[in-house]
Design a binder for this molecule. Sequence first.
Ligand code: CU
Length: 534
Amino acid sequence: MRSYKNGGILSRRDLCKLGIGVAGAAAVGKMLATRPAFADGLPPTPIRFTPFTRALPMPSVHQPVAPFSTDCKFTTTATPNFYTVHMRKGLAEIIPGVQTGIWGYNGQYPGPSFSSRSGTPDVVRQINELDVETSIHFHSGHNPSASDGLPYADLLIPAQVPGRPASFRDYCYPHQSPGFSTGEPDPNDNETTAWYHDHGTDITGLNVYQGLAGFFLVTDDLHDRLIASRTLPDPAFDVPLVLQDRRFNADGSLFYNPFEHDGFLGDVFVANGKAQPYFRVQRRKYRFRILNGANARMWFLRLSNDAPFLRLGTDGWLLPAAITQNRIFLGMAERADVVIDFRNAPNTVFLENIAVQDSGRGPAGDSQNPDTVVPGTPLVKFIVEGPAVANDATVTVGTLLRPNTPIEANEIVATRQFEFNRSEGAWQVNGRFFDENRVDAKVRKGTAERWILKNGGGGWWHPIHIHLEAHQVQRFNGAPPAPQNAFKKDTTLLGPGDEAEVFMRFRDFGDRFAAHCHNIEHEDMRMMFRFDVG
Ligand SMILES: [Cu+2]
């Protein structure tokens, strides 16, 4: 069992001993802005700021536009919604009082959220006004290869050439339940908390870091019923929350080192585009769709009052029933759909990160062990106000959410193993660097396979993301997976030496897809493989 090392940050317990306490959080934040040097030897952010002086912003919501002429074709007769998105440069106040140049969907960081509906297709015209190539991946989506947002040369949106019109690509999202093409649509596989982000070839790390990421929230009849019955909180109390880290130059611009192939870390912790914001809440249950949107940082989350999280979902999907977790570990790209109950909370509660990580290798110590005593860094300050509300949402431990249709062992037609390892300062799968023209696995459409995902070692962490469909974790290091990981995942985190056995179906769509490490610098440095469905 690995154990946490104190990374040099004072723990909440240490602060209490010093009489500062969690409420003296300005001091904590001042320390944060002068965090210990990184293992990469490059300077930390030189800007100091007082945390919890800016409110947590809500991402805006994309609004449909009038239908336009498109090559998108759908097999459903439902009328699509049309959107246009301009990828362009913008300014954001990430650190209080500091203007930072970003690249954003519609110039916004984080990008606006899509609010979509199962059964209603979306046509999204992505117009690239940036001077880099882009590709927009719908993460947790079940989409045709040409609209999945893959890093293949013919699928990229070219950079804008000055004086010329910007290039665009229409992404066609059918939003049909997996299995629809064979007359067996399974609404239990409908995604709920998805996101979209850049997937440009070899440049995803920079593009996402500059701001190209946002939520894709999808509803369906079952989700509506959970809200109408007051089981889940009303949408007014449903908060998308993307956690990221960024590093800054003295002039407020983002600092990124493209030669950092181990995984680039920031020292300013950012929630919905704001460094350490506050959020005013009523004494009631709030739902948070927590997304780890960092390039290479993993978060180990707890609440400062030690209240549990009520876990509703993992990655894109609701769990069969709500469970409690005192702490939540999130690898890059993973999501936790949770309820935090503030009814009996003190007036101030912090969402804290207790992982210590100073390099792209991964967090120090045993981040999966909730009993380990570790330092805490506040990410969001909740200011809790008013009396406990009556008639709050009823969701509690064991509340039924979305039934699960398991992938059965008798569906499996093939077993493949993928080992993720380091080589020559870059990253390989099964001893090979990614080549978009090489098919590393050819699977038969309409079948299911068993994939063994194996961490090749060296102390590195790799969150493995598989496109196209959810996968079902059967065994993790030979044992049943943790309950929150036992149903549907699209990203499975492999710590040093870990091995996961997953089942996955390949339905509805043929052609090229991809699987890769979601430490984005590992991904850009070739830890990816192509699989074709035929
Ligand atoms: Cu990796």
